[in-house]
Ligand binder design. Structure first.
Ligand SMILES: [Zn+2]
Length: 340
């Protein structure tokens, strides 16, 4: 564990820039140091990990938040399958390309009844569901959709996370079936797609970025999300939470534009959003498991400190800890009002 990180160059920089590291969530792998499936990164030879949970003596800013460098000894290096995925991962295409292709994909897919019911049950009305642009990723029939999109977009499709080609040239769409949630920037541009899995694996994680890096295609871009409704631009007050659908629902139920970072480790994206939007006040509302989860508590502290340092008035929101997310809190309030 003595090698210097210098040799590896600087994989940090702004999110979305080309780096020597690949994030585990982009390749559907677990971090070899902490086991989580988010935000930690591995080098292309598997010899080094930038872990966002397990501290080491080598602390770095990796653009999204804090990471600690771990140089792996041979016995704990990545397994060959993960290494293969890392080596295959391609950089994604431009935001404009992703936006065009994802819009066409969402248009081509329908929103299943059960997914619409799920969204309504969370408190979104039909207009918000329309604006949000949700759709259902089916288990069957994706090949036809991919073929149609290829006719429009041609080989550019290879640079859009989610799309890949079989050896015989046929196009396909990777990933799990479930509810697709567009991940948007302040202008409403779709930068990525998240899927809420219909059948989450037992090892946790209900949400995944749509990515085709495990199939030799482009890796996902995980980024800040700004809901389509709620007018974040020009708002006096914004809220920052974790999770895209949570942000949409919380915006709808609270009336306060609620932005989300894709994981608490990516807290710095919240600071960057505030610096762009310049509200007077920022509410921070990470999940209530921060009371028992040191990583959440640490990320929240870091974000609050950074926001205050940048001159924002910051409020940390707390609620009944049996309700995990801030969306759960507002849903419970809504149910209570309905019962009165
Ligand atoms: Zn890790």
């Amino acid at each position: 564990m003595s090698r210097s990180g210098e040799h590896w160059g600087n994989p940090g920089g702004r999110p979305g820039t080309r780096t020597g590291l690949v994030r585990v969530d982009a390749i559907g792998a677990a971090c070899p140091v902490c086991g989580r499936r988010k935000f930690c990164s591995v080098s292309r030879d598997g010899g080094m990990v930038w872990c966002t949970r397990e501290a080491s003596r080598d602390e770095r800013d990796y653009g999204y938040g804090t990471a600690w460098v771990h140089v792996l000894d041979a016995p704990v290096r990545l397994d060959p399958e993960v290494l293969r995925r890392v080596s295959l991962a391609r950089e994604p295409g431009s935001i404009a390309l992703r936006d065009r292709v994802y819009r066409a994909l969402l248009d081509a897919l329908r929103l299943d009844r059960r997914h619409r019911d799920n969204l309504r049950g969370r408190g979104l009305d039909d207009e918000q569901i329309e604006l949000g642009g949700y759709a259902s990723m089916p288990q069957e029939g994706r090949g036809y959709v991919a073929r149609d999109l290829f006719e429009t977009f041609g080989d550019d499709l290879a640079h859009v996370p989610g799309f890949y080609q079989w050896d015989d040239g046929r196009w396909a769409i990777a990933g799990y079936s479930g509810l697709l949630v567009p991940v948007r920037d302040v202008a409403g541009t779709i930068e990525a797609l998240k899927v809420r899995l219909d059948n989450p694996p037992p090892d946790g994680g209900r949400y995944r970025f749509v990515s085709s890096s495990s199939k030799g295609g482009a890796k996902a871009v995980s980024t800040l999300h700004v809901p389509m409704f709620g007018q974040a631009i020009g708002a006096d007050e914004i809220r920052i939470t974790e999770g895209e659908l949570k942000a949409d629902v919380t915006t709808a139920l609270s009336g306060i534009p609620t932005l989300s970072v894709p994981g608490v480790e990516a807290w710095r994206l919240g600071l960057q959003a505030a610096e762009v939007l310049r509200p007077q006040r920022v509410r921070v509302a990470f999940d209530m498991d921060r009371d028992t989860n040191p990583a959440v508590a640490r990320a929240q502290r870091a974000l609050v400190t950074a926001l205050r340092g940048a001159g924002f008035r910051v409020g940390v929101e707390s609620w009944d800890p049996t309700l995990k997310g801030v969306d759960d809190f507002y849903s419970a309030q809504r149910a209570q009002r309905a019962a009165q």
